[in-house]
Design a protein around this ligand. Sequence first.
Ligand code: OOG
Ligand code: MG
Length: 254
Amino acid sequence: MSSLVQFAEIVDEAARTAQAIPQFTESAPLGVEEAYAIQALSIERRFARGEKLAGVKMGLTSRAKMAQVGVDEVIWGRLTDAMRLEEGGSLSKKRYVHPRIEPELAFLMKRDLSGEVSPAEALSAVEAIAPAMEIIDSRYRDFKFALPDVIADNSSSSGFVVGNWNKPDQDFSNLGIALEVDGRAVQIGSTAAILGHPIRSLVAAARAAAPIGGLKAGWIVLAGGATAAHALSVGQHIRTTIQKLGSVSIRVAE
Ligand code: OOG
Ligand code: MG
């Protein structure tokens, strides 16, 4: 059986070179804890290449997402500065294996937040909220994985783009969300799909990040897709609009 360090190298190389790999759990009985250790080690490799931690992403916080990938546990991953894409810019499809995009709500942290916190405490640590999108790209063949596989693979996170920041002193518990491709809505949802209220995702993020020192001021936290993700094709123009918060867009280049 490969060591955790070897698994980390395999999944990091798969991400770096956009090559699909077989699921780890096909050949190794990995647990969730080992999977997070692999994730941490794989992100260490990015740090060694000069990337910086920029926040965390929560995953599988809505039923639509759980159903799409057949895993029903909330998971998390790390965001680095190199994963951030320019709002209104483009992404290069060939840098990914089989990328999908999904609408997200982003939190910008005003203060550190860690451990067991109430929704009110979580909200008081938020500087701003924004419409956002995440590019997810499972490194596993056919986008198929078990829970430990996806966790080891940084919970499929591959990129993110953030729109304009809004003050968090408004009710964002049930805002309409539309994901459009070339002006046509392909997914419609609500922020309420995210654990009933997106702030619950931030509460879960504070708990999840506690072992690594908690969420830090200045970090971005993605609350998790409210709808199923959409597979990207070259030439598509993708836009997510969240009612009252605004829009964020990106174009898919070769
Ligand atoms: C796993 C990542 C889930 C979300 O927002 O729910 C996720 C996947 O769908 O590959 O990012
Ligand atoms: Mg996501």
